[in-house]
Design a protein around this ligand. Structure first.
Ligand code: ASP
Length: 316
């Protein structure tokens, strides 16, 4: 029996208590708890870490509050293009998709890529064709619509003020507007196998087929039984350049660091020095976990068989 553990996140950024209503705060915490329970139930029944992270992420994708699946942000052209990845630490099998439309649960499609495509990463129209071939659930555009994300996009769409502006001032504004809000999960199952999954609508007003770190194996998502399973959230460009998730794994593998120390080094030093605002969640095969961010807040939760069951939003 291993130490079954699941951690989830629903995005990091300038999430401040003063910007939140009690109702909205409760809605976020309830949603996180529901996702945590869904993932944990899989682990408790002896299910795999891969199935646990998939189950938790599906719940978050189905919730309009988060920028993944239903409620994804709008691109410059006013549509949703979603990215997702999943990875299994036991065999380093991985599946990812980018720029997919109409797919109800991009993480389910990523899992299908991992299991049945002979490939790791599918994009755009091809990924959608594969979804249809595999009988993945599709939804009409209205399904993904949310007034909140639409208004966010409306305030940006006619300007060139889109999400890739790197100036600090602008990044702060973006974060405050919660244009980040990716979801993810990492888990350790009863057999001591670990897995990670991440899903996102990306950044509001993105164009030219922009893809962030979330579906990029090693950047936003990584799992390896020798080291750790990691799911990231934050400003995707620096996370890609830092190869963030894999950096944590390397620090553990080559420097012998603990999960906690490796994540600290990556989030609080490496990413911070690159203006990589955001955070990540991680587990190892002992069921040790960490949820770290260099931003004001990160929607997050953890549940394990030692009686820990917590959801939180703001910094300590
Ligand atoms: N990392 C994601 C991206 O850059 C955004 C997020 O985490 O919310 O697409």
């Amino acid at each position: 029996m291993s130490n079954i553990t699941i951690c989830i996140h629903g995005g990091a950024g300038t999430i401040l208590k003063e910007d939140m209503t009690p109702e909205l705060e409760k809605a976020y915490l309830d949603a996180l708890q529901t996702a945590l329970n869904a993932g944990y139930a899989v682990l408790e029944e002896g299910g795999t870490a891969v199935n646990a992270v998939k189950a938790a992420v599906v719940v978050l994708e189905d919730n309009v509050l988060f920028n993944a699946g239903k409620g994804s942000v709008f691109t410059k052209k006013g549509v949703q293009e979603m990215d997702a990845a999943i990875m299994s630490g036991i065999d380093l099998e991985a599946g990812a998709v980018s720029g997919v439309r109409s797919v109800r649960n991009p993480v389910v499609l990523a899992n299908e890529v991992m299991l049945h495509s002979n490939h790791v990463f599918l994009s755009g129209k091809g990924a959608n064709d594969f979804a249809i071939k595999q009988g993945i659930k599709l939804e009409p555009d209205e399904y993904f619509f949310s007034q909140f994300r639409y208004d966010q996009w409306k305030s940006l769409r006619d300007s060139d003020n889109y999400s890739l502006d790197h100036t600090h001032h602008h990044l702060d504004e973006l974060m405050r507007d919660k244009k980040f809000g990716t979801v993810g999960a990492v888990a350790c199952d009863v057999n001591g196998n670990i897995a990670a999954a991440t899903s996102t609508g990306g950044m509001t007003n993105k164009k030219y087929g922009r893809i962030g770190d979330s579906p990029v194996i090693g950047a936003g998502t990584y799992a390896n039984n020798q080291t750790c399973a990691i799911s990231c959230t934050g400003h995707g460009e620096p996370f890609i350049k830092a190869v963030a998730a894999h950096t944590v794994s390397c620090l553990m593998e080559y420097k012998g660091m603990t999960l906690q120390d490796a994540m600290e080094e990556t989030v609080m030093h490496k990413l911070k020095n690159m203006d990589g605002e955001g955070g990540m969640i991680g587990v190892d095969v002992q069921g040790n976990f960490s949820m770290l961010f260099n931003s004001a807040g990160m929607y997050r939760g953890v549940k394990n068989d030692k009686g820990i069951n917590e959801v939180a939003i703001y910094g300590k």
